[in-house]
Write a protein that binds this ligand. Structure first.
Ligand SMILES: [Zn+2]
Length: 476
């Protein structure tokens, strides 16, 4: 098929034409969550943008196979193999077993994904399913001389590579070689500062809950080996696109490339797609800092998770995005206004095929331009103003929402259903009351908000807080 999809490749630092290994097919890999805690909305920004990337590729006709791992073993609190084991930390905190914690937070992650309309990848594989694959890869790396055993652990020898810092510029390489990262403790077993653990047997976690037999001793895998093995298991030796957040670039993705290419003896993955951080005014937002922002918390505060999705889509994935409730409020208003305009469209007339093709081409052009989602959304506003019939407008919006996944038509339908059948006087009264209630909620005057709900309920009016705001209907 024609290659007109352009994407920024972190490996070459250029926007490139996407040329897959096999014509018309894309093998795509996403680093999955470490399931020891709820996902932060900052991490979910990556998953939203990766979801849009997958859907955009399918939209323009690629046959995509997407694979994601679930990290349920081996990820220490520093990505550079030091600190506490994250899963063990979660288990201790909650007085549960590691596997119970893993199951609970895996389910919680997919529940967040459902709320955000993130499609489940075609293959989802927990790391603990693939221990034999990890052991095999480590054995080959030892045989080939890329790995060594020291102090009971197996390490990857980064000095064996011509270019270990594949993502870094010459200046950055120098800094990385001499500099010491704050979060890295010295590990006397390492031959080189950047060597990393492939298999732990002896470490400070004598009570590690999950251990396996291996030729290198009873132990457990390092974090980085997971992604190399799980991706190769399902996508083979050549992969098209590998995704993650920018904080995965070093050391995680750097290590993945080191061990994969040492193992394979050839280039492994062509394109590296990285999504930038979610920040607040003080810098990067994360689990350990300030308000721990989850999808559940947004819902508790009355936000539709799809408003957060829209917020992410309105910005380019390669730019840091600054979060504030004020911006989210504006986004909620924008979403409601958009849905309202769509709700006014009537599904009649004949589909104008020429107009359909023209707007679709525009939408596609923006997606193909390094996934410019905010420009793609402007095509909806353009077509709403355009001199074409409602039927064509609705058909285009339905088509675009295959990529955007903002539930635009369903939300418009719900809005219409709730407004139908009410007499104008009653409608005006209810709308006034709902506005008062929304204002009270915003002021955090929940007593007043509840009183308004009770007052409406006495008159037989049932209200419901939904994705596109509050809807109401006459009760039975
Ligand atoms: Zn990974």
């Amino acid at each position: 098929m024609e290659n007109n999809f352009h994407i920024y490749n972190t490996l070459t630092r250029n926007v490139e034409t996407l040329i897959p290994n096999e014509d018309g097919k894309i093998g795509m890999y996403t680093c999955g969550p470490t399931v020891y805690h709820f996902a932060h909305i900052g991490n979910l920004r990556s998953y939203i943008m990766e979801d849009v990337l997958e859907k955009a590729l399918r939209y323009i006709g690629y046959d995509v196979k997407r694979v994601m791992n679930i990290t349920d073993v081996g990820h220490l609190s520093s990505d550079a193999d030091t600190g506490e084991d994250k899963m063990l930390k979660g288990a201790k905190r909650e007085h549960k077993t590691v596997m119970e914690v893993a199951q609970f937070y895996t389910d919680a992650f997919f529940s967040d994904c459902r709320d955000l309309n993130i499609k489940r990848p075609d293959v989802v594989e927990p790391a603990t399913n693939c221990i034999p694959e990890f052991i095999h890869m480590i054995q080959v790396l030892l045989e080939k001389g890329y790995a060594y055993q020291a102090g009971g652990n197996v390490y990857f020898d980064t000095s064996k590579l011509e270019d270990y810092f594949v993502f870094s510029s010459a200046v950055e390489k120098e800094q990385l070689q001499v500099g010491v990262r704050d979060d890295v403790e010295e590990d006397a077993n390492k031959k080189n500062k950047n060597d990393f653990v492939l298999w732990f047997t002896k470490s400070k976690f004598e009570d590690q809950a999950l251990k396996w037999e291996s030729p290198f001793g009873v132990g457990y895998p390092g974090w980085h080996i997971e992604c190399s093995c799980i991706s190769m298991k399902h996508l083979g030796e050549y992969m098209d696109i590998h995704c993650g957040g920018v904080d995965n670039i070093f050391p995680h993705h750097t290590n993945e490339i080191a061990q994969s290419e040492a193992y394979l003896g050839h280039k492994w993955c062509s394109y590296w797609f990285h999504v930038h951080h979610l920040n607040d005014k003080s810098g990067k937002m994360s689990k350990s800092k300030g308000d721990f922002l989850t999808v559940s918390l947004l819902k508790e505060k009355g936000y539709d998770p799809l408003v957060y999705r829209l917020f992410c889509l309105q910005s380019h994935y390669r730019k840091p995005l600054e979060f504030s409730y004020e911006v989210l409020d504006n986004m909620a208003t924008a979403y409601e206004k958009l849905v309202k305009r769509i709700a006014e469209l009537k599904d009649d007339g004949e589909l104008d095929e020429a107009a359909f093709a023209e707007h679709k081409a525009q939408f596609e052009r923006h997606l193909c331009n390094d996934l410019n989602t905010s420009m793609a959304i402007t095509v909806i506003y353009d077509l709403l103003k355009a001199d074409i019939n409602d039927k064509t407008k609705l058909a285009l919006i339905a088509d675009f929402d295959r990529v955007l996944s903002l539930d635009l038509l369903a939300a418009a339908e719900r809005m219409n259903a709730s407004a139908a059948g009410a007499d104008p006087e009653l409608k005006a009264y209810v709308e006034r009351k709902l506005a008062e209630r929304a204002a009270a909620k915003k002021e955090k005057d929940f007593a007043k908000a509840d009183a308004i709900r009770a007052e409406l309920s006495e008159k037989g009016i049932v209200i419901k807080d939904t994705r596109e705001g509050t809807v109401w209907e006459m009760g039975e």
